[in-house]
Ligand binder design. Structure first.
Ligand SMILES: [Zn+2]
Ligand SMILES: [Zn+2]
Length: 349
C-alpha cells in the first residue's frame, strides 16, 4: 500500500498523555486513563482500565471487563463489535480482527481517507484452544507489541510443555503440582491444553482463578471438571494439579500443599534466572505473546511500510525490521506492560 495520496497515519493517529488517539474519530485505543470514548483490544489490566464513558470492544472483552472491573466501571455505555463487523465513527472505518492472545482479544483496524492502520494490542501466532486464532490484516502502518522482541526468545511448542508437566505428575503421584499462571487467559489456556492432552481429572483452582474461569465457561469455552483448591484438605490434593496466581506459588499458601512441585507457565520461563529467582522447580515456557520469529513474520505479512512498536524491546525489533526495508518507530506509550499478565514477574519468596 502507498501513502501517495492518502494522509500519513502520523497525521491522524497520535500519541497523547492519555494514550493513542484517533483524532478524526475522536476515540482512544487502550487509553491509560478514563476518557470519553475508548476502543479496547483485550481485558488485561494494562489495556482495559476502568472509568471510560463509552467502551467499544468484542462482546467477550466487554464481559471480561465487566467481571473484573465491576458493573458501571467497565464503560458507562458499552458497544459490542464482533470480529469482522465494520462500523464508521466520524468518517473513520473501524473493525476488529482476532489477536489470538486471550479470549476476545482483538487487533483494531482503522481506515481514514484511504490510509489504514492496524493496532495489534497483544498477540501471538501459536495455537491456543481457549481463543480465536490471529488473523493477518494488510495495512500501511502496523502497531505491534514487543514483549519478547529479542532473538533469544523462541518459544517451544506449548503442547510439549504440557507433556512435560504430565510426565512430572505421573512420576510424582504423591505430590501436588501447583502452577503459577495469570488468571485471564493463561489459566484457561492451560486447562484447555491439559484437556487436549487427555487429562480428564478435576483441575483445582486457587480462589483468584475461579471468577474468570466461570466467565470463559459462560462464553462457551468448556473447561471440564474444576474444583476449588482448599488447602485445609491438602490430602485431597495429593497428586492433583492446582492452578494459582504467580504471586501465590512462592508464599505460604503453596507451602501448605502436599510436597508441592512448584511450576510456572510464562514466556519468561525461557530465562533460567527468572525461574530460579522464583524458586520454580518446573518452568513451563508457555507464552501468550509473539516470540522473535512470530513478530518478524507478522510485521512482514501485514505488508506495512512502517511498524510502530509499543511496550517492549523496541531497539532490536526496529533494527531487524530496517534490514527488511520496513521503517520502525518506537511509540513510547507509557504504562504499557507494567500490569500486563506477562510482565516480568518478581517474586519475593
Ligand atoms: Zn495482554
Ligand atoms: Zn500488554
Amino acid at each position: 500500500m502507498a501513502f501517495t495520496t492518502a494522509p500519513h497515519p502520523e497525521t491522524w493517529l497520535k500519541v497523547t498523555p492519555a494514550g493513542l488517539f484517533c483524532e478524526p474519530g475522536g476515540f482512544f485505543i487502550d487509553p491509560l486513563r478514563a476518557v470519553d470514548r475508548a476502543v479496547i483490544s483485550h481485558g488485561h489490566s494494562d489495556h482495559a482500565r476502568p472509568g471510560h464513558a463509552a467502551v467499544l470492544a468484542t462482546p467477550e472483552t466487554l464481559a471480561i471487563m465487566t467481571a473484573r472491573l465491576g458493573e458501571g466501571r467497565a464503560g458507562a455505555t458499552q458497544q459490542a463489535l464482533r470480529y469482522g463487523e465494520v462500523i464508521t465513527i466520524n468518517g473513520v472505518k473501524l473493525w476488529l480482527r482476532p489477536a489470538g492472545h486471550v479470549l476476545g482479544s482483538a487487533q483494531i483496524a482503522l481506515e481514514w481517507q484511504g490510509s489504514r492502520v492496524v493496532v495489534s494490542g497483544d498477540y501471538k501466532r501459536r495455537a491456543d484452544p481457549s481463543c480465536t486464532a490471529f488473523e493477518v490484516e494488510r495495512c500501511d502502518v502496523f502497531i505491534t507489541e514487543a514483549t519478547f522482541a529479542l532473538p533469544v526468545f523462541r518459544h517451544p511448542d506449548a503442547m510439549g510443555e504440557i507433556a512435560r508437566l504430565l510426565r512430572s505428575a505421573a512420576l510424582f503421584p504423591e505430590r501436588t503440582h501447583v502452577i503459577g499462571c495469570y488468571a485471564l487467559g493463561k489459566c484457561q489456556r492451560l486447562i484447555r491444553m491439559l484437556r487436549q492432552a487427555g487429562y480428564d481429572r478435576p483441575i483445582h483452582l486457587h480462589g483468584a482463578q475461579q471468577g474468570l474461569c466461570a466467565v470463559y465457561e459462560e462464553l462457551g469455552v468448556a473447561l471440564g471438571p474444576l474444583l476449588p483448591a482448599t488447602v485445609a484438605r491438602k490430602d485431597a490434593l495429593k497428586g492433583a494439579i492446582v492452578l494459582a496466581p504467580p504471586s501465590a506459588i512462592a508464599d505460604r499458601w503453596a507451602r501448605r500443599l502436599a510436597e508441592p512441585v512448584v511450576a510456572n507457565a510464562s514466556g519468561w520461563m525461557g530465562v533460567r534466572q527468572r525461574a530460579r529467582q522464583g524458586g520454580v522447580e518446573l518452568p513451563l515456557v508457555i507464552s501468550d505473546h509473539a516470540d522473535w520469529d512470530e513478530l518478524l513474520e507478522t510485521c512482514a505479512a501485514t505488508g506495512a511500510e512502517e511498524v510502530w512498536v509499543t511496550h517492549g524491546r523496541e531497539d532490536a525489533l526496529i533494527h531487524a525490521l530496517g534490514l527488511q526495508g520496513i521503517r520502525g518507530r518506537a511509540l513510547n506509550l507509557i504504562g504499557r506492560g507494567e500490569e500486563d499478565e506477562e510482565a516480568p514477574f518478581i517474586l519475593t519468596a
